[in-house]
Design a protein around this ligand. Structure first.
Ligand code: ADP
Ligand code: MG
Length: 673
């Protein structure tokens, strides 16, 4: 409610602004803020959500700008109806699309490998683009830059008799119209980004950052979604660039330097990642900082304001949490010192970089979540319910919507569902799996047991594509899965849980399950951003199904809790729920009872039986022998990577080799974490 009213007030102010403040200078500042906001909202998707660093957004911005600039410079836009509106539209659409294509060309190879490769590739890209713009004089007019005119979309001056506020020069009218174009572009961008981040894509972006391996195993390819995020972000940088060209009416290569890319990253960090307001605040900072650092009186006032806010909020924080006073006193003292420093400064221009550096250090140390993150913390200490990072999903589930699994082909033909031949997994000299055969019949629960370090988890990791096996033949439901990657294996119908729980800890319980349901969505990014009815229907269906699954694993009452706040036993149940969302034919459970209390274990066994009753085959790694004995149809025993016994549970339990492995190897039957 409060949020909605704030948005309405903000929008109303933005609409009234150009009629109240008629100075073209200030109008231009606000236009620039809107343009940078569009770029930074896009950068936040990559930097804030997927956690990748791009130092190439200044270059993507430049590409958008130069696409528009070159079209005009080479007089390629010759359609002139509607006072050049069509030209303008073509220029910004092409700017967006071409920047997105460049984004794809960068991200596809760079994100294949994990690590800081995207940062390095985008850094190189930024340098190359700037040199290219400088050198390809034929195309870009080189260092001289490109000059152009803002379009006059509709000439409203004839109506000035009826509406006196329209009495203005052509130039002012162009500026006014352009102001509203940029405002509209920003509002549409915010709506689109909001929709995107609230959709299955947004959940995927957050999930892959929290737990990339689990994300891949839920069929949500980390690689694919990082590329998608980057391409969307690049498109937004291109849109901002094209608007920038028309806004400035002059562009030159040094508008798009490396410095700007760094400023973009800082703006998102300072404003606050993973929010809409943060990037907009960041844009305000970038635009005002040069002005601020040119006017010593203004600078002192702002420094004073910061010091006052710091003293007030610090005092309040001290009263709330007096345990650790230094963590509050130091930043407050720094803010006061900063004000003192501003009084001491005479010629501020000499200290521009120093001030900038100090601000960065302060933000990184004391405001890691940026200004918006800080404000959220303050507000939530007054009113905890006002600030929610995740939407509350209040959907009822029912029995009918839990299952959608298609029966495996193997069930009809009577073949094995999983047929592993001579699996070999070597880590250096260690054979974690040494020629293990494993045949799992459809519709059964297959136990996989053995002392710690015998290779059980390794088998699951090999089966789900996390490890590439050294050798062996792997067939699942009639086709080979050798060499497939985790998301492809997940798509074939193998789901899993992890020995060390790997939830998407910052997502809510129901959102965790909805990441598992990612495969049920068909809508692409455009459909989601436009809010098409088909996309909404899919989302609603997924919510009902997720709520149903939560009911099944007994977590319905915790649906909107963040996963990391659940007790350990519930986290394990949630992992099973999330795996069920994948519609698996085969479900791999790696020590699901580890760390559970006795009543929880009973619930778990009940759940496992019900899963089997619905035709899903299971492989169960478990140390609790009573669980294995009571639910498994068949048991395979591993020791030092080799299969030492196989058969019905009772026979295996009586096998002398098994007894020796357990007693002679590691005496403990407690699970290792
Ligand atoms: P468990 O049966 O307890 O699940 P694991 O499959 O986790 O056993 O481990 C089997 C053996 O493989 C252990 O000796 C372990 O140290 C080794 N191992 C597992 N993963 C790796 C890895 N990524 N790198 C090196 N050694 C590994
Ligand atoms: Mg293990």
């Amino acid at each position: 409610m409060i949020k909605t009213s704030l948005i309405v007030v903000g929008l109303a102010l933005a609409i009234v602004f150009p009629f109240v403040v008629t100075s073209p200078y200030y109008q231009h500042l606000v236009i620039t803020i809107a343009i940078f906001s569009i770029l930074l909202l896009g950068l936040d998707i990559v930097f804030g959500y997927t956690g990748e660093v791009s130092i190439g957004h200044s270059a993507l911005f430049g590409i958008g700008a130069y696409v528009a600039g070159c079209l005009v410079h080479h007089k390629l836009l010759i359609v002139q109806p509607f006072g050049g509106s069509l030209d303008f539209l073509i220029a910004i659409v092409l700017g967006t699309v071409i920047a997105a294509v460049f984004g794809a060309l960068l991200a596809l190879p760079a994100l294949r490998v994990t690590g800081p490769y995207l940062a390095m590739v985008t850094l190189a890209f930024g340098t190359i683009i700037q040199i290219l713009i400088n050198e390809t004089t034929e195309l870009t007019n080189g260092p001289l830059g490109i000059t152009m005119q803002k379009p006059l979309f509709i000439d409203l001056r004839p109506y000035a008799d009826t509406f006196p506020f329209l009495k203005m020069s052509v130039k002012a009218m162009k500026e006014l119209e352009f102001y509203f174009i940029c405002l509209a572009a920003l509002v549409l961008t915010i709506i689109g980004v909001n929709r995107l981040l609230a959709s299955h894509y947004g959940r995927a972006f957050e999930a892959l950052r929290d737990a990339p391996i689990a994300s891949d195993c839920m069929g949500v390819s980390v690689y694919k979604h990082k590329v998608l995020a980057f391409v969307a972000s690049a498109g937004m940088a291109g849109l901002a660039g094209a608007l920038f060209t028309f806004s400035e009416q002059y562009i030159a290569p040094n508008n798009f330097s490396f410095d700007l890319a760094i400023q973009f990253l800082l703006a998102v960090t300072m404003g606050g990642r993973k929010s809409r307001l943060g990037p907009i605040l960041g844009a305000v900072i970038i635009v005002f900082l040069p002005n601020l650092l040119a006017d010593i009186a203004l600078f002192r006032q702002i420094a004073l304001a910061i010091a006052v806010v710091a003293v007030l909020s610090g005092g309040y924080a001290l009263m709330q949490k007096p345990e650790d006073p230094w963590s509050i006193i130091v930043p407050v003292a720094l803010c006061i010192a900063f004000y003192a420093f501003s009084l001491f400064l005479q010629k501020i221009t000499d200290y521009k970089l120093t001030v900038f550096g100090l601000m960065i250090l302060f933000v990184v140390y004391y405001l890691p979540d940026g200004i918006v993150g800080f404000l959220k913390k303050v507000v939530s200490s007054f009113a905890p319910n006002l600030v929610r990072t995740h939407a509350v999903i209040d959907t009822k589930g029912d029995e009918a919507h839990i299952w959608a699994a298609t029966a495996p082909k193997a069930a009809a033909t009577g073949e094995a569902l999983l047929d592993v031949k001579a699996a070999l997994m070597q880590f250096g000299g260690l054979k974690a799996l040494d020629n293990v055969d494993l045949v799992v019949k459809p519709g059964t629960i297959h136990g996989l047991i053995g002392p710690n370090g015998s290779g059980k988890s390794t088998m699951m990791n090999v089966l789900t594509g996390i490890y590439v096996p050294t050798g062996g033949d792997f067939r699942f439901d009639g086709s080979s899965i050798s060499g497939l990657k985790s998301p492809e294996i997940a798509a074939k119908g193998i789901a899993r849980t992890f020995q060390n729980v790997q939830l998407f800890s910052e997502l809510t319980v129901i959102e965790n399950v909805m990441v598992g349901l990612h495969h049920t969505y068909r809508s692409g990014i455009p459909a989601v951003a436009l809010g098409l009815p088909s996309a909404k229907r899919e989302e609603q269906a997924a919510r009902v199904r997720a709520a149903s699954i939560l009911g099944f694993v007994g977590l319905a009452h915790l649906a909107n809790e963040e996963a990391r706040n659940l007790p350990y036993g519930k986290q394990r149940l949630l992992e099973i729920g999330r795996a069920l969302a994948l519609d698996p034919k085969l479900l791999l459970l790696d020590e699901p009872a580890a760390g559970l209390t006795a009543p929880d274990i009973k619930d778990l066994m009940e759940i496992i039986r019900k899963i089997k009753a619905h035709g899903i085959t299971l492989i169960l790694i478990e140390h609790h022998m009573d669980v294995v004995m009571s639910v498994c149809d068949q048991v395979t025993v591993l020791d030092f990577g080799q299969k030492i016994a196989e058969g019905p549970p009772a026979a295996v339990q009586a096998n002398p080799r098994v007894i020796e492995a357990y007693l002679g190897g590691s005496a403990t039957t407690e699970p290792a974490h």
